[in-house]
Write a protein that binds this ligand. Structure first.
Ligand SMILES: Cc1ncc(COP(=O)(O)O)c(C=O)c1O
Length: 428
């Protein structure tokens, strides 16, 4: 056992965890209902995160379990390489194509979370330019504060240094621009040479980097710059897709007309892992046009997994039937109003909200630099009040609840935050 405590029985290596400190302190989640989850001791927590921005329909949805079970009884899994397909996959891709804010969309399914979708989109962008005779267009540009997942492309495109620097360089030909500056994007495209730039990756609302809604006019400006330089615009909607900003896609709300959309999380509300890269006609055309010999030589064992597709379909049915996208739009101002007073606390430097069920409460820099442990203590103090949140980029507390959250529960989240700031930041 070396220096590992023998008393610590778990062999589970948690993502993003200090395993030495975690020993004996893990929280074992065993159940959930609505926006609430339960631990092994029966303690209830209001989940202000929808797990990791994904459990949009809330916990305990038996019909999603039934959709999985029914498909599994028929055939749980079968590959889709080359020429195999299956009914749930066909139905899901039609459904997603219809919901996507682009004409005649095509859908490439990915098996896991958003990281698979991001790496797929990065490779597809390069494959597209090869297919249309511009193989030198290889460079992909992303933004500071960006989070595009943890596979090789996503890690390389990420704008959070703590998560990228230990591993870089993974994928070459990647450039980064400030998250809020359209002129910097244009300058970088011109510096690299617009005949070398394949795509710009953009979260319409920056999520894991700290929940930054787009500055007024930013998205329209960068979209226009990409169009002018014939650079593919890739909207990373892994967080924002399937309703989180009060429209099916943020691309619809902000009229982005993207060439590609990456998505995952809300596609199935996490009941089974599945993601999708949604392609507009421009990128699809060289691969789909009559007589083409172009092949996107990419795919995963579990691309087009029937059980996951059946669950995703049932999830979209549920969102539609219960009008949950409209519910998010209605709750957007409610959430904003409930969290706004937190901005009066001296320990809070900013409260960001106003794009659907997404918000962040930023801890004032003075307090963070005086005491680097303050963020985690705030997370714990919020949890002690029965609410789950987490720290984004070391600076802000995340709020991204399930779409089924009630107004009273949003109030409970705000109260828990207020209590935690009062408890942890005492010297004002
Ligand atoms: C915008 C964005 N892209 C990609 C990812 C990666 O998704 P996953 O962790 O499901 O692989 C995330 C995860 O939070 C994300 O927020």
């Amino acid at each position: 056992m070396g220096h590992i405590e023998a008393a610590h029985k778990s062999a589970f290596w948690n993502p993003f965890a200090n395993m030495a400190a975690l020993q004996g302190n893990a929280i074992t989640i065993v159940g959930g209902e609505g926006s609430t989850v339960y631990d092994a001791d029966g303690r209830a927590y209001l989940d202000a995160l929808a797990s990791l921005w994904y459990c949009n329909v809330g916990y305990g949805r038996a019909e999603l379990a039934e959709a999985a079970a029914a498909q599994m009884r028929q055939i749980a899994g079968f590959q889709t390489f080359e020429y195999f397909t299956n009914p749930p996959v066909e139905a899901l891709c039609c459904r997603v194509a219809d919901l996507a804010p682009m004409p005649d969309a095509k859908v490439f399914l990915t098996p896991g979370g958003g990281s698979d979708a991001v790496d797929t989109a990065g490779k597809l962008a390069r494959a597209y330019w090869r297919a249309v005779g511009q193989p030198n267009r290889q460079v992909i540009i992303s933004r500071s504060h960006a989070y595009h997942g943890m596979n090789a492309y996503g890690t390389s495109l990420g704008g959070i240094p703590l998560l990228t620097e230990p591993f870089a360089p993974l994928v070459g030909q990647v450039e980064q621009v400030p998250w809020d500056d359209p002129a910097a994007l244009e300058k970088t495209i011109e510096m690299v040479g617009d005949d070398k730039v394949a795509a710009f990756f953009c979260e319409p609302v920056i999520g894991a980097g700290g929940v930054y809604p787009p500055p007024e006019g930013y998205l329209q400006a960068v979209r226009e710059i990409c169009r002018r330089h014939d650079v593919l615009f890739v909207a990373d909607e892994v967080v924002t897709g399937y309703g989180r900003v009060g429209t099916w896609f943020a691309s619809e709300r902000f009229e982005l007309d993207p060439d590609l959309i990456t998505s995952a999380k809300g596609l199935s509300s996490g009941y089974l892992p599945i993601g999708a890269v949604i392609s507009g006609p421009k990128v699809a055309e060289p691969f789909w046009k009559h007589g083409s010999k172009e092949i996107f030589r990419h795919g995963y064992t579990y691309s087009g997994h029937p059980a996951a597709a059946a669950v995703a379909l049932a999830n979209l049915d549920l969102i539609e039937r219960e009008q949950l996208v409209q519910r998010v739009a209605a709750l957007e101002p409610v959430l904003a109003k409930k969290v706004a007073p937190l901005g009066d606390h001296p320990g809070v430097s900013a409260v960001r909200s106003g794009t659907g069920l997404l918000a962040a409460v930023e801890i004032a820099e003075d307090y963070r630099s005086a005491d680097p442990g303050i963020g985690q203590r705030l997370v714990t103090a919020v949890r002690d009040r029965g609410v789950i949140t987490r720290l984004l980029r070391g600076i802000a507390l995340q709020i991204s609840p399930p779409f089924v959250i009630t107004e009273a529960e949003l109030g409970q989240i705000a109260e828990a935050f207020a209590g935690a700031f009062d408890e942890v930041i005492v010297d004002h």
